[in-house]
Design a protein around this ligand. Structure first.
Ligand SMILES: CSC[C@H]1O[C@H](OP(=O)(O)O)[C@H](O)[C@@H]1O
Length: 358
């Protein structure tokens, strides 16, 4: 029996205030095992982000915010300059774990700003402020994902087919998700949307996570290999593509999981609109275009051996394993944020989002 709420409200990141402990669901074990692990030390936190035990731009930011609180509590000094230096050093180690998702650095800077704002308070008052900021970052994302899901669903009608790439559901965010949020909202409302989920080589976020989330929520999901995207589009089964984002540049160029730009190029060929869905915290107005987005490169073993009983290539074979690529803004029909759907020209429509903040 589908349990939509169990999916939409899955606690991928949980801070236990009584136990004073930070827990995450280890996403590297899904879908076979749903296991919480505790993050206590900087090394455990960096490893968890680097190994994608916690992953997805918003989720990484939320986790980093709680990590900064946990680390602040571990700094035993009453000398405030020393405290701030040590917390800043921890923040730099966390930020270096993965370079592409802008939410990570954004959350760390937000926590450092909070520490500075309370530098003349007592230690207890500062720690309370840091905890409260982490909770606000977490709860804001819940509200943002809900709004993004509503705007995203407004683009679809009963019976539509949608192709998605990688995972941008509750596991990658807080609740509902971004690119997958509209599908869960549709399921809640009894609306039939057919989702084609790319497996998303090499780490299989689509196979392991998206199909796991959508199947359990009772969404009509079909898992395909990445090289099948063209045929499902050609068959007329796809009316739109919904993808997440890790960093959106000021001109609308968007970094997302490797393979996204290929999906967008295919979609343009078949006349299918591509929508990027993500919170404004993923938009980097200081980044002029996609050429300025740092692209994380990962270990080639993720390609050659990670999922196979026997290696699929000779050990000496070179690999190229970028974790993301950049989709040109001209291939994007709209960028769906919690503030609404931005349409081209993005240099204007994205800027307007932040002008609203004033
Ligand atoms: C809601 S952001 C999800 C975004 O993050 C994923 O990357 P990763 O699995 O490496 O953290 C992917 O790019 C998704 O679109």
């Amino acid at each position: 029996m589908p349990d939509i709420t169990a999916v939409t409200h899955a606690q991928n990141i949980r801070y236990d205030r009584k136990a004073e402990a930070l827990y995450i669901i280890d996403q590297t074990l899904l879908p076979g095992e749903e296991k919480e692990i505790r993050l206590q030390t900087i090394d455990e936190m960096v490893e968890a982000i680097r190994a994608l035990r916690v992953r997805g731009a918003p989720a990484i930011g939320i986790c980093a915010a709680y990590c900064m609180y946990v680390l602040a509590k571990s700094i035993r000094t009453e000398d405030r300059p020393t405290f701030l230096k040590r917390l800043s050093d921890y923040g730099q180690q966390l930020d270096a774990a993965r370079p592409t998702a802008v939410n990570l650095g954004w959350a760390i800077r937000e926590m450092m700003r909070t520490a500075l704002e309370h530098v003349h308070d007592t230690r207890g008052q500062m720690l309370d402020a840091l905890y409260e900021r982490a909770v606000v970052i977490h709860e804001d994302d819940i509200a943002k994902c809900r709004a993004i899901s509503e705007y995203g669903l407004s683009l679809l009608k009963e019976g539509d087919g949608v192709l998605t790439h990688c995972n941008a559901g509750p596991l990658a965010t807080s609740r509902y998700g971004t690119a997958q949020g509209p599908f869960l909202l549709a399921a809640e409302r009894g609306m039939h949307i057919r989702v084609f989920a790319d497996e998303t080589r090499p780490l299989l976020q689509g196979a392991r996570l998206t199909s796991y989330e959508l199947q359990r929520a009772g969404v009509d999901v079909t898992l395909i290999c990445d090289n099948m995207a063209s045929i499902v589009m050609k068959n007329g089964w796809v009316q739109a593509c919904f993808v997440g984002c890790d960093r959106v540049a000021a001109n609308g160029d968007t970094a997302n999981k490797i393979g996204t730009s290929g999906v967008a190029i295919l979609a343009k060929h078949y006349g299918i609109p591509v929508y990027v869905l993500g919170p404004t915290s993923t938009i980097d107005m200081a980044c002029p275009d996609g050429d300025h987005i740092p692209i994380e490169e990962r270990d080639g073993e993720e390609i050659k051996t990670m999922w196979y009983e026997k290696p699929m290539a000779l050990p000496e074979v070179k690999c190229y394993n970028p974790a993301f690529d950049v989709t040109d803004h001209e291939l994007i029909a709209g960028i769906v944020t919690e503030k609404g759907i931005c349409r081209p020209p993005y240099t204007k429509s994205l800027k307007a989002l932040f002008d609203d903040k004033k």
